[in-house]
Design a protein around this ligand. Sequence first.
Ligand code: TYM
Length: 325
Amino acid sequence: MRVFSGIQPTGNLHIGNYLGAIRQWPELQEKAECIFSIVDLHAITVPYQPKKLQENVLDAAICYLAAGINPEKSILFVQSEVKEHTELAWLLNTITPIGELQRMTQYKDKSKQFKKSVNAGLLNYPILMAADILLYQTDVVPVGKDQKQHVELTREIAKKFNSKFGKTFKIPKAQIPAIGSKIMALNSPKNKMSKSLGPDCYISLFDEPSIIRKKTMSAVTDTGRKIIYNPKKKPGISNLLTIYSLFSNKSIKQLEKDFRNKGYSDFKKSLANLLVNSLSSFREKRKKLIKREVYVKEILKQGRKKAQNIAQLNISEIKKKMGLI
Ligand code: TYM
C-alpha cells in the first residue's frame, strides 16, 4: 500500500493541520510505504514572501520530523525539487474540464480572499495536487476534510485518463479521520482553523506555553454555561471538546461527565495545560532540529532522490500512453 500526503510551507503549522492530517502519518508509516511532501509549489499560488519561503520549507520539514515521521521508513521531500510534479500537472491540465476547477470550494474561498491576485495557479491548484498523488501510484491520501473534494477530483482525473489512454493510474482514496477532520478557528468557531484568519485563530505546534494559555483562555465560547457537545448550538465549546478529546484520548462523553459541574474557565484552564504538555515534545524537538539544519537538509536530499526514482519511472509510462514518447 502506498500513501501520499503533503502540507504547504506557509509558516506556522497549527493544531488543525496536526489533528486533521499529520497525526495519522506516523502510524501509517508502520504499515505502508509513505511519501510525504512539502508542497512549496502550492504555497506560491497566493501572495507570499520569497525570502521566507526557504525558512518555511525547513520549518515544515522539522514539523514532520517532530511529529514522528521517520526518514528511514518514509520518503520526505520538497515538491519543487522533483520536476515531474509540474510535468504531470501540465499533462493532466489537458484532460481536466475548467468547470470542475471552478466549482472547487477552496478555489471559491481563496479567490474571494485574495481578490486582487486570482491567478491561473490558484484555479489549477487541484491539478497539481492530483499530479502529486497520481505520480506515485498512491492508494491512500490521509488529509483533513477540506481536501476531500480535491481527492475526489483526483479520482475523476485518474479515471478519465485511464479510459482515454488505457489503464495507467491507481484510483486513490482519501483517508479522513472520524473526529478532528475539521478543527475550527478559536476566535471564530464557525470557520475552519486556518493561518489566514490570523494568529488568534490557531495554536501553532511550536507556540510557547504562555501563548498557548493566552489563546486557549480567549477562545470564543457560547452562551450558556454547560460543557456539552453540540456543534450547531455550541460551536465554540464543541470545537474545544474535540481538541481536548483528541489530545487526551478521552471520549467526548467522558469529558462531558468530567466537567459536568465546572464552568468554561475551568475547562479552558485544563485544556491549556493539556495543550502545553502535549505540544512540549514539538517545541523541544524543534529547538534541537533548528540547530541541525545540515542534517535536516540531508534528509530532504535523500528523500528527493528516492521520490525522483519513482517519479521518473512513472512519468515515462504516462508519456508513452499519451504518445509523447
Ligand atoms: P494544507 O497545507 O492546507 O493543510 C495540510 C493538511 O492539514 C489539513 N488541515 C486541517 N485539518 C483539520 N482541521 C483544520 N482546520 C485543517 N486545516 C488544514 C488539510 O486537510 C491537509 O490535510 N492541498 C493540500 C496540500 C497538498 C496535498 C497534496 C495533500 C498538496 N498536494 C497531495 C495530500 C496529497 C493543502 O493545501 O493542505
